[in-house]
Design a protein around this ligand. Structure first.
Ligand SMILES: C[S@@+](CC[C@H](N)C(=O)[O-])C[C@H]1O[C@@H](n2cnc3c(N)ncnc32)[C@H](O)[C@@H]1O
Length: 270
């Protein structure tokens, strides 16, 4: 996925609204998440399967296929209008909870979990290049059976509730507050039981993004700080930085995918 930067660069040249004020630094609770337009977001980011998403999808697929997971209670945090993280969990899931805080995204997710659009078929095809996934012949029906959509904030996620999880483009993209990004990563990892496999994707150096006519804040995270946040709650980390395609106009953005397993012990988020 390639969040359209709010200013200074973009994956397309369409006019984008002005960026959020740098001095404003909106917190997660300052943002009108219910005005997030899932159709505009999907149209822009996922209507065509991009090479960068394909790579992230392929690596996540291979990671979960090797993770010795079965009959697992899985979660995708901040699902928004993206089904592919949930698809990577599908063959191994007894349940998949797709969680988001935005009412508009939750409503979109409910229709997609019932029977997802053909747009997601190419994403499943990438999954099905692996035998662990191709054995599943009706992914659409399977998601309808095991998927459940919850309106939940990452900051309220219960501890040690799931066996495996994904959180894609959330920590970087839910506020302009660096501490909240770190907190979101911590809460996500802590929501998984000890030794659970997970995948986290973030945009690096993101300055905010547009969805339709609205602008949403972001934190310009650097690789080292993301790694430090994840390493605080996880081990066996595998990290891949994927450059966005096509190249952005100004500046440099990339996506960082980290897979690993959660540490045991009491976390800080009781
Ligand atoms: C940039 S979108 C990422 C969506 C999707 N995961 C993807 O890969 O494209 C950020 C998502 O975080 C959601 N969000 C914002 N605040 C949240 C919170 N406190 N808890 C959970 N999700 C939140 C938004 O509604 C939005 O769907």
């Amino acid at each position: 996925m390639a969040l359209t930067p709010a200013a200074g660069g973009g994956c397309d040249e369409s006019s984008t609204p002005s960026p959020p004020s740098q001095s404003a630094r909106p917190a997660n609770s300052d943002v009108e998440w219910d005005s997030f337009d899932p159709l505009a977001y999907v149209r822009h980011n996922y209507a065509v399967l991009r090479a960068d998403d394909r790579e992230i999808l392929r690596r996540t697929r291979d990671f979960f296929a090797e993770a010795k997971l079965s009959d697992a209670h899985c979660v995708d945090v901040g699902s928004g209008a993206n089904l592919y993280p949930a698809l990577t969990l599908l063959p191994f899931a007894r349940t998949i909870d797709l969680c988001d805080w935005s009412a508009s995204n939750v409503s979109w997710l409910r229709t997609q979990v019932d029977s997802y659009d053909e747009l997601w078929d190419p994403y499943w095809q990438v999954c099905a290049e692996h035998p662990a996934y191709s054995a599943l012949t009706d992914p659409r029906g399977r998601l309808a059976r095991v998927g459940r959509v919850l309106r939940t904030s990452v900051f309220d996620a219960p501890r040690h509730a799931w066996d495996a999880g994904t959180m894609f483009f959330v920590a970087c993209s839910i506020s302009a507050d660096r501490a909240e990004a770190e907190h979101a990563i911590g809460r996500f990892l802590d929501a998984l039981r000890p030794n659970s496999p997970f995948a986290v994707a973030v945009m690096l150096d993101s300055r905010g993004y547009s969805v339709g006519q609205r602008v949403f804040p972001a934190v310009a995270l650097q690789r080292a700080e993301v790694m430090a946040s994840i390493a605080a709650g996880a081990y066996d980390l595998d990290v891949h930085e994927v450059r966005l395609t096509p190249t952005l106009r100004d500046g440099y953005l990339s996506m960082l995918l980290t897979t690993g397993r959660t540490r045991g012990g009491a976390g800080p988020y009781t």
